[in-house]
Design a protein around this ligand. Structure first.
Ligand SMILES: CC(C)(COP(=O)(O)OP(=O)(O)OC[C@H]1O[C@@H](n2cnc3c(N)ncnc32)[C@H](O)[C@@H]1OP(=O)(O)O)[C@@H](O)C(=O)NCCC(=O)NCCS
Length: 205
């Protein structure tokens, strides 16, 4: 088995949407069926400015007898290869619910308006990052994040992640290793009882 990272065009994402949503549900250990609620949201996100998606795929072992088997997989191989992970994001904008929520939290926290403006005027939102449980813990999440952020021109990258006791999970360890710092802690998005952390850092990574 070999793993490769690829970019997903909007067409690729649309074609592989159900597969990507299954990775999300399995990675987050959400109940099956959650993907149905998310489908239209992920499609809407694809139309946002600066949308970019990347994926990790798994290709079969090359057949040593096949002609050209020692070479890298073709574009067609990668297009057909099953997904192991997916990540995407887009430019933050004032009409987005997430930005409005974060702004509300920042104002409540007492952050000076100038600092809020500096943080929020030009950022990439890392919206989703998920690796299938059987492929976690091998550096794929970090590799996908680096690929997703590699050519961004925004000043900052922001994300939200559920609060976990002692920051003791792979997502937290990854974000800290990549230099993400606290923006807001223990934040409650409207309609969600779970506390979240908003984390961010400047770009480039
Ligand atoms: C969070 C998540 C994306 C991280 O991806 P990952 O591929 O599992 O983890 P990383 O890329 O950070 O890999 C780090 C682990 O791989 C190991 N590793 C192996 N080879 C590595 C390499 N070449 N480079 C980096 N790490 C490597 C590290 O030792 C580390 O193991 P540890 O966490 O047991 O100490 C993934 O675990 C996941 O999908 N979790 C569930 C969903 C989730 O929480 N998503 C984020 C919501 S905000």
């Amino acid at each position: 088995m070999a793993m490769y990272l690829i970019d997903l065009s909007p067409n690729d994402m649309q074609r592989r949407l159900r597969e990507a949503l299954h990775i999300y549900v399995d990675a987050m250990r959400y109940p099956r069926g959650t993907e149905n609620q998310r489908e239209s949201m992920w499609l809407e996100h694809m139309r946002r400015q600066g949308w970019k998606a990347v994926a990790a795929v798994q290709t079969g072992d090359p057949d040593p007898a096949a002609p050209g088997s020692a070479t890298d997989p073709t574009e067609a191989d990668l297009t057909a290869a099953p997904l192991l992970g997916v990540a995407y994001g887009y430019c933050g904008a004032p009409d987005q619910w997430w930005q409005q929520q974060v702004l509300q939290g920042l104002r409540r926290s007492g952050m000076p308006l100038e600092s809020i403006e500096q943080l929020m005027h030009d950022y990439f939102e890392l919206t989703e990052l998920h690796i299938h449980p059987r492929a976690q813990g091998q550096g794929l999440g970090e590799a996908l994040t680096r690929r997703l952020l590699s050519d961004r021109t925004e000043a900052n990258v922001l994300l939200s992640t559920p609060e976990i006791n002692g920051e003791d999970n792979r997502a937290w360890r990854l974000y800290r290793r990549l230099g993400f710092a606290d923006v807001i802690r223990g934040y409650h998005f409207a309609g969600d009882p779970r506390p979240f952390a908003i984390l961010g850092r400047s770009l480039p990574l």
